[in-house]
Design a protein around this ligand. Structure first.
Ligand code: ZN
Length: 182
């Protein structure tokens, strides 16, 4: 039986997880002395879904640690059969150090245009105990959709207190994207 699916559509899946820089996840508990502030424009805090979360500690990473954007990037790259974020950004490249999630998406959007690939839509799921995503879900969708010029939907869930994520030691994210070869 043939499904007759249009051959120029592809889906892709992405996943990422980063741990908080401290054991409480709160920015007030973050030891500023451990942070090389010359590498960032703003004081250390969480960046997630392209938004700044001043009350929460940053996630530990080579970049700004925005695991939701990293998962989204991986989903889009996978759908486009263009590898993954490590390959795309070059993990050890100086340019990738402390790069913001938004700058990754801007670079990704340009790559899609160069390759004649249209992002149809994407969904990003954040899995965390904190922060509470629902209050800023619409803001996040606006930021991500504007950069990628496609509807990006954001949702969130917890692990019901289970595991490292449930203890608010880490934030994880999954994403699915649909692209079309123009
Ligand atoms: Zn990451």
């Amino acid at each position: 039986m043939s499904l007759n699916l249009p051959a120029n559509f592809r889906v892709g899946l992405g996943y990422d997880i980063h741990k908080f820089s401290n054991s409480t996840g709160s920015s007030g508990d973050f030891p500023i002395s451990n942070f090389n502030s010359s590498n960032r424009v703003n004081p250390p805090c969480l960046w997630l879904l392209g938004l700044e979360w001043p009350d929460y500690a940053p996630l530990k990473a080579h970049s700004d640690g925005d695991c939701a954007i990293h998962a989204l990037t991986d989903a889009i790259l996978s759908a486009a059969n263009l590898g993954d974020i490590g390959f795309f950004m070059g993990v050890d490249e100086p340019d990738a150090k402390n790069i913001s999630g938004k700058d990754i998406l801007i670079k990704l959007n340009k790559l899609l245009q160069d390759k004649n690939i249209e992002l149809i839509n994407a969904s990003v799921l954040v899995i965390c105990q904190k922060p509470k995503i629902s209050e800023r879900r619409k803001d996040a969708e606006k930021v991500l959709s504007e950069i990628l010029q496609a509807p990006i939907s954001v949702s969130a869930t917890t692990t019901d207190g289970l595991g490292e994520i449930g203890q608010a030691l880490a934030v994880a994210s999954q994403s699915v994207a649909l692209i079309k070869y123009i």
